[in-house]
Every structure is written in C-alpha cells, then in structure tokens.
Unconditional design. Structure first.
Lengths: 80, 138
C-alpha cells in the first residue's frame, strides 16, 4: 500500500471538484492511478490527451510510483 | 521563470535587465486579446501548477543560455483573472548584439507555450467559457 498525493488543475480540478487529495493505493504505475481516478470522477479527457508529472517532473505513464509521490495529470497547456 | 499573481510591470521588468555589457534588450509581451477562434472573449483566467511551471521555465532559460550567446534571460507568467489588454506573459533577453536576443526570445516563448503547466480559461461574450485546448477531447 502506498500513500500518494494527487493535485488537480484547470478542467480536471473542476471535474474532480477538488484541488488535491491523498490516496492510499496498491497501484504500481501512473496509468493505473489515472484509470482509477478517471472512472471515479468521470474525467472528460483520456490519457491520450494528457501527460503525467511525478514530483514536479514530466514522467511516463508506465513509470512506477512510490510512497509519498505527488502526481499531476497535465492537460494540454495553454500558457503564453 | 516566475509565476505572478499580481499584474506585470513591463517597465520595471525592463529595468531589471540592465547590464552595462549588453547592447540589446529584446522583450516579448503576450497580451489578452478580444477574439480567439472566432469567439469574442471578455476576460480570462490563467491557472498554473506553479512549482513545476517555475522549474520547467528555468530549464528553458538555461537551454536558451546554452544555445544562444546571450547575457541574461528572464520570463514571468501571470496567473489569476485577467482583462483585455493585460500582459499575460513577459520575456526579456539581453545580449551584446541584437540578433541572438531575438532568436533566444522566440525560443523561450515557444517553449513556454508548449511545456510549462499553465492553463487558460476563456470567458466569452455569449456567457460560455472553456479551457483552451481541453474541450471536446475524449
């Protein structure tokens, strides 16, 4: 069992109706966490349109997660 | 790079770049405009994953310093509610001669737009609103 933190921004923040949450999970990879939360909140964006960040760095969906990681699902950016 | 919750003061930012070995300062300002993809915009808000945006922004600045013979570079992105005409992003690059400063400034703004975790929600005249690049994608 791992304890991880998820931060939500922009459209996913609105859909989850929260800015962050602590999650106890047996998931091994970022995509497993995303699939669980996509189902829970019925996210309108699939992983094909998102990237994942682990601890402030872009990561791969297959990357392993470890205890105390901070995950963010990065929607298509629109700065500038 | 910094993320700012307060309005950007371009003249103060310009002054912060002063360096006696520099012969050129090239700046870019991104402004809030009234039309996007044919829809009339009345206001917008930017939201950032600030800690990562600032780290990713610093990487971009370092890349620009390695690629181009510039003296210094800086970028600031605004977050929160913005009105038409407000400055959304400011980029400044100083160098001995102007050519590389133009190139580096373009590199930095292009990379900011594709890599930094910052999002924009537009509010339209007709009452609709939406997150740019995120709507109708399943």
């Amino acid at each position: 069992m791992k304890n991880i933190t998820i931060l939500y921004f922009a459209k996913l923040r609105e859909e989850a109706n929260k800015r962050d949450e602590l999650l106890k999970t047996e998931a091994n990879t970022a995509i497993e966490v995303f699939n669980f939360l996509k189902e829970k909140y019925n996210f309108s964006l699939s992983e094909d349109y998102l990237r994942v960040a682990i601890n402030d760095e872009f990561a791969e969906w297959d990357d392993k997660i470890t205890d105390n990681d901070i995950l963010v699902f990065i929607q298509p950016v629109a700065g500038g | 790079m910094l993320v700012s919750e307060i309005p950007l003061d371009s003249s103060a930012l310009n002054k912060s770049m002063v360096n006696f070995s520099a012969g050129a300062l090239v700046t870019f300002e991104g402004w809030v405009r009234n039309l996007n993809e044919g829809k009339e915009v009345i206001a917008l808000e930017y939201e950032a994953y600030s800690s990562m945006a600032e780290k990713e922004g610093l990487k971009i600045i370092e890349e620009a310093k390695n690629k181009f013979k510039i003296i210094d570079a800086k970028a600031v992105h605004r977050v929160g509610k913005l009105n038409l005409g407000d400055i959304a992003v400011w980029v400044g690059v100083s160098s001995k001669h102007r050519g590389v400063a133009f190139d580096a400034c373009e590199y930095i703004i292009d990379e900011i737009k594709t890599r930094t975790p910052i999002w924009k929600k537009e509010h339209y005249v007709n009452g609709d609103s939406g997150w740019v690049n995120c709507e109708h994608k399943h």
